[in-house]
Design a protein around this ligand. Structure first.
Ligand SMILES: [Ca+2]
Length: 352
């Protein structure tokens, strides 16, 4: 009877401790998921952190950060170039001019190369990032505007509301997605792109041509998730119909570089509410994907298993020790009930 009674108390403790582990380890995950799914009124805001020099001769078409440098493509026939720029000083570190027949468009870094689109040539040029020489090219149909690499696929815009998801090695189109808002309205004129990753998966930030906004969408289904108003920054620079906001590059965490065509400044900004901003991966800054959600979940599960095994081991050890004490007590033919507190036993002894 005593043994069963003890086992019952130990079982209650186990349940409580297991519940505590569950609540401590897993509840924050469910809570974060629940919060992100239910919060439909988040504010998307661009916060200006610092202003830096930008070559106002650069008709910015593509902007991306890699290993601390900004890589920028500039457009227009006769002025197209690909350059590496120091983001803090704005000075051009190296640059290659392109053939006068080429109108450069968006760029992205992939596997130590830079893939650069062209507006109407239906050709993507592949540059070796070490020396900025063309090492290969891909053909595609239609216009090329923006491009980014999400760690698995290339995502490409063509000035419409449709984006193509492409194999990074063959450039073949795997599927086409239309970007729409919650009412089903198409988001047109999608221009320069920046792939990011959040706790909820891959996301794309995109400039909208001739609009002072940057949109956030899910490339897996085209759902518009956020809309950033950049008009306060554009107003400082846009003095012509073509001098529009264009170019966004991930710096780190929630920070991004943004500029525009022929702007004389580039800005380091912070962008709010990027759904799990602390977990945003920096594919192009860090060069590799180190923080996948699967890895995080696996780590939590592994920790839970280790906690559980440790607890069960300690729990069993405690039970065995307690049982041993009970057995020894019974063997001494102690007349006092085991459940009587030691203090009572001591009191009884004193009364005797
Ligand atoms: Ca970009």
């Amino acid at each position: 009877m005593e043994h069963r009674s003890y086992m019952s108390r130990a079982g209650g403790g186990s349940l409580m401790l297991a519940s505590l582990i569950f609540l401590t380890v897993l509840l924050p995950i469910f809570h974060a998921e629940s919060t992100s799914n239910s919060d439909t009124s988040v504010e998307y805001e661009i916060v200006l952190l610092s202003e830096h020099y930008h070559d106002n001769e650069a008709f910015t078409q593509g902007l991306e950060m890699y290993n601390g440098s900004i890589y920028e493509s500039t457009g227009l026939y006769g002025s197209s170039s690909l350059r590496e720029v120091d983001p803090w000083s704005g000075q051009v570190i190296r640059s290659v001019a392109l053939n006068d027949t080429i109108f450069s468009e968006g760029i992205t870094v992939y596997n130590e190369t830079i893939i650069m689109l062209t507006w109407k040539s239906e050709t993507a040029y592949v540059f070796d990032i070490k020396n900025l020489t063309v090492v290969s090219s891909f053909s595609y149909q239609g216009e090329g505007w923006g491009i980014c690499y999400d760690g698995e696929y290339l995502i490409m815009s063509n000035g419409t509301s449709s984006i193509s998801i492409r194999d990074p090695d063959s450039f073949n189109v795997l599927r086409v997605v239309t970007v729409t808002d919650e009412l089903g309205n198409r988001i047109n004129k999608i221009n320069e792109l920046e792939c990011i990753s959040t706790a909820e998966g891959s996301r794309v930030l995109a400039n909208i041509w001739q609009d002072d906004r940057i949109v956030l969408f899910d490339p897996s289904n085209g759902t518009l998730l956020g809309d950033f108003d950049a008009s306060s920054i554009s107003e400082k620079n846009s003095d012509g119909i073509n001098n529009v906001l264009n170019g966004i590059a991930h710096h780190n965490s929630s920070e991004f570089w943004i500029t525009g065509k022929n702007w004389s400044s580039m800005y380091l900004v912070s962008m709010t509410n990027l759904s799990g901003v602390e977990k945003v991966k920096c594919f192009t800054v860090c060069g590799q994907n180190n923080n996948s959600p699967l890895k995080a979940i696996s780590l939590v599960l592994l920790m839970t298993v280790i906690f559980s095994i440790s607890f069960l081991y300690l729990d069993q050890k405690t039970r065995n020790e307690k049982n041993q004490e009970i057995d020894e007590s019974n063997n001494r033919h102690d007349e006092l009930p085991d459940v009587m507190p030691a203090s009572q036993r001591r009191g009884g002894d004193q009364d005797d």
